[in-house]
Design a protein around this ligand. Structure first.
Ligand SMILES: [Zn+2]
Ligand SMILES: [Zn+2]
Length: 281
């Protein structure tokens, strides 16, 4: 398994940064950077869009080390194979996720690395921890991304979160957590019954209340100082409702909560600069 690159000779701490390229049912993608290295987490936008994001990274002097997928659903993997083909970076995912993408991965020139759903994987200067989540995919995972002394956790597309899951989510500097729907809005909304049951089910998506329960735990025991709400439903949620619900849990704390825009780059976090909302690297 590849090992992390040694620290630079001057031992300077290089910030870990994360940027949301968009998060919602029509696409999800995040970019983590550390120095001149980058990894893409999920590549759920179009081939064209993902390749354009690659060019943007390269123009900024960044080298793409890996494309890490949380699971195979289209809104997380749509542009992954083309991104791997153009960049030469490997797709890193669980065996279940890679098997589910098998048809698209028939091209043997596309590098892929299978990782167990409870393993850690080091590449470039990043250490990526995998954790199984409950979702209706083959072998879905949440991720922690660590570089130097900072950690970002990405937990999107999960139907339920146990106390142990919430503990895991709490041990980070930045938490990206799904806040998919307001339960009342979902049940009273236009979706057919089977879809409502799937979304609200234990293998579906986290509601605002479920996300808030995880956030409450992070406030109580964790070290998270920035929380991003992700994968909001366009139909069954609003930015305002999700934010309002989450912020009730962080009242009287210094924890900042923000919402990832659905289909465009929005939030950028850096361990060196803490929280800011930026549109460019
Ligand atoms: Zn999704
Ligand atoms: Zn999914």
């Amino acid at each position: 398994m590849p090992r992390r690159s040694p620290r630079p000779a001057n031992d300077r701490v290089v910030p870990l940064a994360l940027r949301s390229l968009g998060s919602g049912s029509s696409g999800n993608s995040f970019v983590a950077t550390n120095g001149d290295q980058a990894i893409v987490v999920d590549a759920g936008f179009s081939k064209r869009r993902m390749v354009a994001e690659l060019r943007h990274l390269q123009d900024s002097g960044l080298s793409l080390a890996a494309i890490v997928l949380t699971h195979e659903h289209f809104d997380h993997s749509r542009g992954a194979i083309e991104l791997a083909r153009v960049s030469g970076a490997p797709i890193v995912a669980t065996r279940g996720t890679l098997n589910a993408l098998a048809e698209g991965l028939s091209d043997p020139t596309i590098a892929r690395i299978a990782v167990g759903s409870t393993e850690s994987f080091d590449i470039a200067s990043f250490s990526i921890g995998f954790r199984p989540v409950r979702h209706d995919a083959q072998e879905p995972v949440g991720l922690s991304i660590a570089a130097d002394d900072s950690v970002a956790v990405i937990a999107i597309d999960l139907g339920t979160a146990s106390k142990a899951d919430a503990d895991w989510m709490s041990n980070c500097d930045l938490l990206v957590i799904e806040s998919n729907h307001d339960s009342t809005r979902l049940m009273n909304g236009p979706y057919p019954g089977h879809l409502k049951r799937r979304i609200a089910g234990r293998l579906g998506h986290l509601s605002n209340d479920q996300a808030a329960a995880c956030i409450a735990q992070a406030v109580g025991v964790g070290r998270a100082r920035v929380i991003w709400l992700a994968h909001l439903s366009e139909v069954n949620n609003t930015r305002t409702e999700a934010l309002h619900r989450a912020r009730r849990e962080v009242a009287d704390t210094e924890i900042a909560v923000a919402v990832c825009a659905r289909d465009r780059p929005s939030l950028t976090w850096s361990s060196g600069r803490q929280f800011r909302q930026a549109t460019l690297w």
